[in-house]
Design a protein around this ligand. Sequence first.
Ligand code: NAD
Ligand code: UDP
Ligand code: UDP
Length: 308
Amino acid sequence: MTGGAGFLGSHLCDHLIGDGNEVICVDNFFTGTKRNIEHLLGNPSFELLRHDVTFPLFVEVDEIYNLACPASPVHYQHDPVQTTKTSVHGAINMLGLAKRLKVKILQASTSEVYGDPAVHPQTEDYWGHVNPIGPRSCYDEGKRCAETLFFDYHRQLGLSIKVARIFNTYGPRMHPADGRVVSNFIVQALKGEPITLYGEGTQTRSFCYVDDLIDGLMRLMDTADEVTGPVNIGNPSEFSMRELADLVIEKVGSSAGTTFAPLPSDDPRQRQPDITLARKLLGWEPRVALSDGLDQTIGYFRELLRAQ
Ligand code: NAD
Ligand code: UDP
Ligand code: UDP
């Protein structure tokens, strides 16, 4: 697994090892942290490799999950050239590895391939509405190019590929300072600071709890060779950022309220996955409601802030 020390990757490590697999976790620790995987370090089924996926990697494995890539706007815009390299060179190297070993490979793609969508909710056959030269483009176009590479290795060389389009996911082990909305709101509320709503807070997102997401990814990896995706994996329950802020404030019991900040450029106005295909192909749908998932996530950040 690449990106195994990150938010999603570390949960995937746990679930794969829990199912009796052995995992090589490859990560350069750009946004990941040893804290996310330290409980696995003594486990004989777990091996940690500090490595940047933009360089070739020679290991022997049976399946590849390619998750390496900073996922939050703050981090992927910090070094945009490296972000594109990670998606594109990283995909080429991992596809080269999959080709040499003749193993299946799963790509953690993203709802960002739909950009600021003109179709709502988003179905997999929608081609997207993406700015190729904006501040989000390094991520969006990098991920789109990675999808292209996956499908060309599939068509040209017969590789078994699985492309998951992941929608906003949250849960314990999100980086407290990565700027994503759920972690920002919870950390602000716990610190007694006002919650920062960008724009008017009317833009929407659909939030999937991490355990549901990981279940979807593992089901996709286990499908027959003819299933390539892309498959949307996310929770269709859609909320405005204002609604999310109100819910977090209520749960944390914060009295600091909200404050407004400028809307970042190219910020998608709405986002909701159509998961008809995931239901049909994977027999999957999310089970954890936002309210329950937020309770888990607030508990995690409360402990983290206390320890700090
Ligand atoms: P994250 O930032 O917590 O994890 C990414 C991991 O990749 C980190 O551990 C980081 O150190 C590592 N990494 C970054 N560049 C690397 C490189 N060049 N070489 C090796 N490792 C590198 O983010 P996440 O939320 O866990 O996201 C994991 C994957 O899922 C990403 O590919 C992301 O694009 C995708 N995704 C996530 C979401 C979400 O809501 N969390 C939504 C859509 C897609
Ligand atoms: N690669 C890798 N590990 C492997 C096999 C290949 O990292 O086990 C890299 C390799 O260095 C190359 C890339 O994957 O840059 C693409 O490999 P491919 O075989 O498709 O291309 P080629 O080597 O023919 O350019
Ligand atoms: N957002 C916000 N306040 C914050 C962080 C984010 O209002 O402190 C908004 C942001 O403008 C976007 C939404 O929340 O509309 C989701 O942002 P995030 O960075 O989590 O994910 P993405 O935009 O990549 O979906």
